[in-house]
Design a protein around this ligand. Structure first.
Ligand SMILES: Cc1cc2nc3c(=O)[nH]c(=O)nc-3n(C[C@H](O)[C@H](O)[C@H](O)COP(=O)(O)OP(=O)(O)OC[C@H]3O[C@@H](n4cnc5c(N)ncnc54)[C@H](O)[C@@H]3O)c2cc1C
Length: 353
């Protein structure tokens, strides 16, 4: 049995830890709860067709089956639902959009994901008329916050979570590479491996600050309606995603330049304006406004791999805007590299830098 310390218990750390535990290893975490985690506010949308040009998400054919299997395994262990298969209906704004959509759906490998005339459910009744709707098949919502929250509860009960920010100068010591006192971690020299999963704050980790970290700030609203509004996800400039108990996730904004990770009045107004465009004639109450930073990477691929000079020190990061779908396969690549010595796919291996 190997002993692991994971720094950061967002989605990345949670899934890596789960896989390591399933393989029979001991896993401890250090996590700074006062920081806002991207995983705490993400809608968890799995959207196979994205962008203005309606492009298939990278490796989506492999990511979806991997995600379904891993989240089903976690659902069984934790006793609650995590993966919600949900139709996604989106607006086509004009004739050009419709032509592009139809042309794209004729491309090989696309037809199964694209629906020209989807059932829009209650959407036409709650929103202003639109040019046309299109449907994305095999979409889903992952309850990322619910998953991370219930794993955290379990870790606290089992006394495997140290609450607080990792002090990076302790790394050689916890890995057993250096002797001496100091640091706050109880188990000095105890761990065989340390896995860094700090989300966008990995830029402050001196061991991995050399990687080209991005960072994209996003803000969301949570609204509540008296009567049920929607039973499927809807995209009309922003996403409207049904959560539980008559609440809906509305978002998100996207900013590559930011000075902090707090919600702002300007972005709240932006989201309120988009919402007013979507929900014409429906009463709703805004019950939440949150912000966090997505851990983006300049080349839009995950960071997976071992530190070039510190054996046993690994990173799993760069989940960007798509952690819900990327993290299940990414966490498999990382754990197979650590436990079985398998090669990490070159596209995501940090050796590319
Ligand atoms: C507004 C918004 C909407 C989003 N919507 C979606 C979506 O619909 N679908 C989707 O797939 N993805 C979405 N995402 C992206 C998704 O949230 C991320 O891809 C994913 O959750 C990142 O997980 P992570 O574990 O890498 O980072 P995080 O969730 O940020 O977790 C990192 C953890 O590390 C901890 N940490 C950092 N530094 C230290 C330290 N020094 N010591 C100890 N702990 C530390 C933090 O406290 C945190 O708990 C969205 C993100 C945002 C902001």
């Amino acid at each position: 049995m190997l002993k692991f310390l994971i720094i950061g218990q967002g989605l990345a750390g949670t899934l890596v830890g789960h896989r390591l535990e399933q393989a029979g290893h001991e896993v401890h975490y250090v996590d700074a709860p006062e920081q806002t985690a991207s995983s705490a506010i993400a809608a968890g949308i799995v959207n196979p067709i994205t962008g203005r040009r309606f492009v298939k998400s990278w490796k989506i054919d492999d990511l979806i089956p991997e995600a379904k299997t891993l989240y089903a395994n976690l659902e069984q262990q934790l006793g609650h639902k995590i993966w919600y298969a949900s139709p996604l209906v989106r607006t086509l704004y004009n004739r050009g959009d419709r032509n592009d959509w139809q042309a794209r759906s004729a491309d090989p490998g696309y037809a199964d994901y694209m629906e020209d005339e989807p059932n829009p459910g209650q959407i036409p009744a709650i929103t202003a008329p639109v040019f046309a709707y299109a449907g994305v098949r095999h979409a889903a919502r992952v309850d990322v916050a619910g998953l991370v929250g219930s794993v955290r509860k379990k870790l606290v009960q089992e006394d495997r979570l140290l609450s607080g920010a990792m002090e990076y100068e302790d790394i050689p010591e916890v890995l057993g590479a250096a002797a001496g006192a100091g640091g706050r971690l109880k188990k000095k020299g105890y761990y065989n491996h340390v896995v860094c999963c700090e989300g966008w704050r990995a830029r402050y980790n001196p061991y991995f600050s050399y990687l080209p970290h991005g960072g994209n700030k996003g803000e969301v609203l949570i609204i509540k309606t008296k009567a049920p509004l929607l039973d499927r996800m809807f995209k009309h400039r922003v996403f409207l995603v049904p959560l539980a108990n008559g609440t809906y996730w509305v978002g998100a904004t996207s900013e590559n330049r930011f000075t902090d990770d707090s919600p702002t009045p300007t972005n709240r107004q932006f989201l309120e304006d988009r919402l007013a465009e979507i929900l014409t004639g429906t009463e709703y109450e805004i019950i939440g406004h949150h912000a966090a930073v997505r851990p983006t990477v300049k080349d839009r691929r995950m960071f997976i791999g071992q530190h070039p000079e510190v054996p046993g020190l690994w990173i799993f990061n760069g989940l960007g805007t798509k952690g819900a779908s990327l993290a299940p396969l990414g966490s498999r690549w990382l754990t197979e590299a650590i436990l079985e010595g398998k090669d990490i796919p070159a596209e995501v291996d940090i050796q590319r830098f």
